[in-house]
Design a protein around this ligand. Sequence first.
Ligand code: NAD
Ligand code: UDP
Length: 336
Amino acid sequence: MSTIKRILVTGGAGFLGSHICDRMVNAGHDVICLDNFFTSQKNNIAHLLEKPNFELIRHDITHPMWLEVDEIYNMACPASPVHYQYNPIKTMKVSVMGAINVLGMAKRCRAKVLQASTSEVYGDPTPEHHPQTEDYRGNVNPIGVRACYDEGKRAAETLFFDYHRSNGVNIRVVRIFNTYGPRMHPFDGRVVSNFIVQAIQNQDITIYGDGSQTRSFCYVDDLVNAIIAHMNNSDDFVGPVNIGNPGEFTIKQLAEKVIELTGSTSKIEYLPLPKDDPLQRKPDISLAKQKMDWEPKVPLEQGLIHTIDYFKSLNLAQFRKPTDHTAHKSSLASKV
Ligand code: NAD
Ligand code: UDP
């Protein structure tokens, strides 16, 4: 029997999706990358376009797709707070209607389908639920500005488990914690990209709040290893499973580390903390260790050095801000 699989990666031109496409193309699989290019540009997958086992489709997953595939990595969704809050109704549609569309297709094709869920399903964890384990039900503000993403991803998880229980769809669910690395959009507003882009231009580093809030940062290669391991894991364990690096840093520590590694003359500027910004976040990865024999290998400093090299290599003028509507006329990013 052929081991070559037909693999669909939704959001395949994005930061994480493009790394999954690389891995699948290099393994010899037939890869379909589907993206509407809301938060990405073709540069992330340009090197794959000439490969005979790579195909690119411009499509919005809120509309049904009709493809024949064996596996689906459902990565499509704006992931940075700036991007997902730009058009919150659309964000909710991407999570919910997108999940229904990929799950319907998985059901028809009998494909295995993996959902990129998020640590945001835990909302702003209470101190007694720190670090977060998968059985923590979360503390999400359902009417807050982050709810379009948090609740959208929670609803998507519900759909995945209902299709699994009711229709026997073979699912996998990963809850991804903050991940960074080459191919992040330089203007996505996320903390690692913001700080590095500011530092290499010797601009002020913008800390929101007093910088005492914490995050755990996972390097992209570690993350992609875990996602692929879970897709190939035994059908007895579908998740959800936390994936992230348990090293916990304050945002101020991150700013200082970026300044040190870039040798920048940037100063720190303190700006107001965005609403509902979680105070603490750190994954408990015991389940991933136990079920997938996985743990992250790349320390923050090493990952930041790779990421700094990547951002230094870019011509920033070639990037448009996905939220700059005048620069981006695509109806796919327009208001619903
Ligand atoms: P990204 O913004 O770089 O990639 C998302 C991709 O999805 C982009 O290429 C975008 O154009 C595409 N997309 C958006 N809406 C779409 C639509 N309606 N139809 C088709 N394509 C669409 O973000 P990322 O960091 O690569 O995140 C990928 C996935 O992982 C997302 O689902 C995100 O929620 C999840 N995730 C990421 C992180 C992280 O730290 N990177 C953390 C938690 C969860
Ligand atoms: N943050 C910051 N300065 C920035 C961008 C982000 O201080 O320029 C903070 C943000 O308020 C949050 C943390 O960094 O506390 C991580 O933000 P990010 O948008 O990367 O992801 P989140 O984990 O909040 O989804």
